[in-house]
Design a protein around this ligand. Structure first.
Ligand code: COS
Length: 381
């Protein structure tokens, strides 16, 4: 058993850490305040190969796999959860196209989604289909005369929806079959009949724009079917398994960032004539935060290792996401307690981190859904 990163992974981690410190941290507060997508930063991520993790160089990617994703996303989340989330969620799109796409689809979409700096999105959720993703009602009916799918329906809460150029849309190609009639369809920004609706005002994660997608007789060629027809739900679930490791990475990153700030603060903050680092109450907070975060981190890396090794990992992906996201809320809460009034003020990053951390317990499946997945795996359906 070896818990260490390879030399290449250590160098990659260093590069991601520097990228986060130099490019992400300086704009994190502004991105949150203005709720603006950090377009420039996304282009810079593409320039250094981060938007092509998990896609081979032959398609414009930078190789690597789940472990590299965890490294990059967690390093980013230490400083800016919105940027970490943008990368983590974007990667679902090129990686799914790489795994399931036809050669023509790979040629058409992968370069622009990897080295090209175009954002990808993944759209499953609908107003009446959140946790119960199988009850989605958006349709994509094949017009046999023109050989086009005609999409109708609304997707909501889609991360990057207002900025993405390529979307994987889950829609019913055979509504009579329900969940088994769902397929994955590739849709490009600007396709007639496809418009962006409401852009949500959120509690946190300001820079990651979350949008509604509206399809009104939106036609795409039949060749835009991704994977087998009727297998859309399985494709979505498999993609979400990987995405949940990404959220686990976001959650450990934000917890590590909150610990970094807290450690610095307890040495600097003097009360009762001494730095608060000498107070046992504070020391125990820090001990709990560090221990739980270390444990959360290794469960995330274990899930990533299983995925990389081609072993079953759905249960561990759910476990790592459940555990790391609860820990992110626990740690940011204690970090704020340590910082007292300063932590609550918008002048300091902790207030943003506290708000941002909450989403990790909700998106890519709520904690309750993960308990469903885990308990089914442990005790059966
Ligand atoms: N990988 C591949 N296929 C999977 C899978 C996985 N991890 N999990 C389930 N499936 C398949 C099942 O094998 C089944 O297919 P077959 O009938 O061909 O065997 C099909 O999907 C239905 O599975 P199941 O009966 O478990 O579906 P449920 O309706 O009970 O839903 C949950 C399962 C609740 C786990 C699912 O709806 C879910 O994850 N919901 C949360 C959605 C979510 O995370 N949304 C976040 C936003 S995404 S934009």
């Amino acid at each position: 058993m070896d818990f260490s990163l390879t030399r290449e992974q250590e160098m990659f981690q260093k590069m991601c850490r520097q990228f986060a410190e130099n490019e992400l941290e300086p704009v994190a507060a502004e991105v949150d305040r203005t709720h603006s997508f950090p377009e420039e930063n996304f282009k810079k991520m593409a320039a250094v190969g981060l938007t092509g993790i998990g896609v081979p160089e032959a398609y414009g990617g930078s190789g690597g796999g789940p472990v590299e994703k965890v490294i990059a996303v967690s390093e980013f989340a230490r400083h800016c959860l919105a940027s970490a989330a943008i990368l983590s969620i974007h990667l679902i799109c090129p990686q799914t196209i790489y795994h399931l796409g036809t050669e023509a689809q790979k040629e058409k979409y992968l370069r622009k989604l990897t080295e090209g700096g175009c954002l990808g999105a993944f759209a499953l959720t609908e107003p009446n289909a959140g946790s119960d993703a199988g009850s989605a009602s958006t349709t994509a009916i094949l017009d046999k005369e023109t050989n086009e799918y005609v999409l109708n329906g609304t997707k909501c809460f889609i991360s990057g929806g207002s900025r993405a150029e390529v979307f994987i849309i889950f829609a019913l190609t055979n509504p009579a079959k329900g969940l088994k009639g769902m397929s994955a369809i590739l849709v490009e920004k600007g396709t007639p009949g496809f418009s962006i609706g409401k852009i949500e005002e959120k509690m946190g994660l300001g820079g990651s724009e979350t949008a509604e997608l509206i399809f009104e007789d939106c036609r795409v060629p039949a060749e835009n079917l991704l994977g087998a027809e009727g297998k859309g739900f399985n494709i979505a679930m498999a993609a979400l398994d990987g995405a949940r490791i990404g959220v686990g990475a976001q959650a450990i990153g934000i917890a590590e960032g909150a610990i970094d700030l807290s450690v610095k603060y307890v040495h600097e903050r003097v009360q009762f004539g001494k730095p608060i680092a000498v107070l046992q109450g504070i020391q125990w907070y820090i001990a709990d935060m560090a221990t739980k975060t270390e444990a959360a981190k290794w469960l995330v890396y274990y899930a990533a290792y299983l995925e990389e090794a081609g072993k079953p990992f759905s249960k561990e992906a759910a476990m790592c996401k459940l555990n790391a996201s609860e820990n992110a809320r626990f740690v940011t809460n204690l970090a704020m307690q340590i910082h007292g009034g300063y932590g609550y003020m918008k002048d300091y990053p902790l207030e943003r981190m506290y708000r941002d951390a909450k989403i990790t317990e909700i998106y890519e499946g709520t904690s309750e859904i993960h308990k469903v997945v885990i308990s089914r795996a442990v005790i059966g359906k």
